[in-house]
Design a protein around this ligand. Structure first.
Ligand code: RIB
Length: 320
């Protein structure tokens, strides 16, 4: 397995408002504002790069002030960043609300991210990677193209189907080696993939299922490795050989869960590189990276540094 990660996906400038409770329809509330680098793809790249594994990011931005924030931030993080400029489109933005329970609500305007084209993804940028990481906050055609190219060239193809979209082409799943949805995205995937039998499946149904039945549902997608992230309950792993739960880290104070899924995905990809493809260990490593990320506010800036990860591994009695 090659020793580098390529993340293909979104850079988004996060515009975050903190307030005690989410506003009700028609209500105006006073809150605190903060802006910083975000976007699911970029967050995953930052999480991976901070673990010390060589990380490349491919995405698209506009020709505006937020694009400069993206370029400067990636440089400071040591990411091999390829940000294609789409001058007729704004850099992606997200309006994020975070309440005092650490929960969030997000609206994303894709902007330039939606314009990343297959031509922006030269094969030489992907073919020497160990793993390609994608999400759905980008152009769907180029994401599909990248997964197909990875899968047919012996590079592990990972899809984090976030945010799950109505226009998601289910054929994309044929090009995926590792699928990482959260509970909500998993139920949306089921409803999209098997509308006749699972048209009204929701997260409650997933939480009430026996592990064997959940495993069989995952297997019905025919994706070799399935990891469902379950927030504070850890995650469920279904592979062609077995299924199991991986616990989250405990004794942490949750400040902001925004970007925790991205931290897990970036950490998991790094764990796969560091262990030469040991899924159980990579999931454990991802759980530590994800768990540490919720202990402070923000998305990309909240990703843990390698020293913190190592310290937490010792506390958890976990090694890779
Ligand atoms: O997953 C969190 C991310 O989703 C935020 O950084 C925001 O940009 C949205 O893309």
């Amino acid at each position: 397995m090659s020793s580098s990660i390529v993340v293909i996906g979104s850079y988004v400038q996060d515009l975050t408002f903190r307030l005690p409770e989410f506003p009700k329809p028609g209500q105006t509330l006073i809150g605190n504002f903060q802006t910083g680098p975000g976007g699911k793809g970029s967050n995953q790249a930052v999480a991976a790069a901070r673990t010390g594994v060589k990380t490349r990011f491919i995405g698209a931005v506009g020709n505006d002030a937020f694009a400069k924030v993206a370029r400067d931030f990636h440089e400071s993080e040591g990411i091999d960043s390829h940000l294609f400029e789409k001058p007729e489109h704004a850099t992606g933005t997200a309006g994020i609300l975070v309440n005092d329970h650490g929960e969030n609500e997000i609206v994303v305007a894709l902007g330039a991210n939606g314009r990343l084209s297959a031509e922006d993804l030269p094969e030489t940028l992907i073919s020497n990677a160990g793993i390609v990481v994608t999400q759905l906050e980008s152009n769907l055609e180029s994401t599909h193209h990248a997964l197909q190219f990875a899968k047919t060239n012996g590079v592990l193809a990972l899809l984090n189907p976030a945010p799950m979209r109505d226009d998601f082409p289910v054929e994309m799943l044929n090009s995926v080696d590792i699928l990482i949805p959260n509970e909500t995205e998993f139920s949306q995937l089921l409803n999209t993939r098997f509308p006749e039998t699972h048209g009204t499946f929701d997260e409650t149904a997933i939480n009430e299922m026996q592990p064997q039945a959940l495993h069989e549902l995952c297997r019905s997608f025919k994706v070799p490795t399935f990891i469902i992230t379950l927030g504070s309950k850890g995650c469920f792993v279904s592979t062609e050989e077995s299924f199991y739960f991986v616990d989250p880290i405990t004794n942490i104070t949750v400040v902001d869960t925004t970007g925790a899924g991205d931290a897990f995905v970036g950490g998991f990809a790094s764990g796969m590189i560091q262990t030469g493809g040991d899924i159980r260990k990579a999931v454990g490593y991802g759980a530590i990276v994800g768990g540490l990320s919720v202990t402070r506010s923000g998305t990309a800036p909240a990703m843990p540094q390698k020293q913190e990860i190592l310290a937490q591994m010792e506390v958890s009695g976990f090694s890779i």
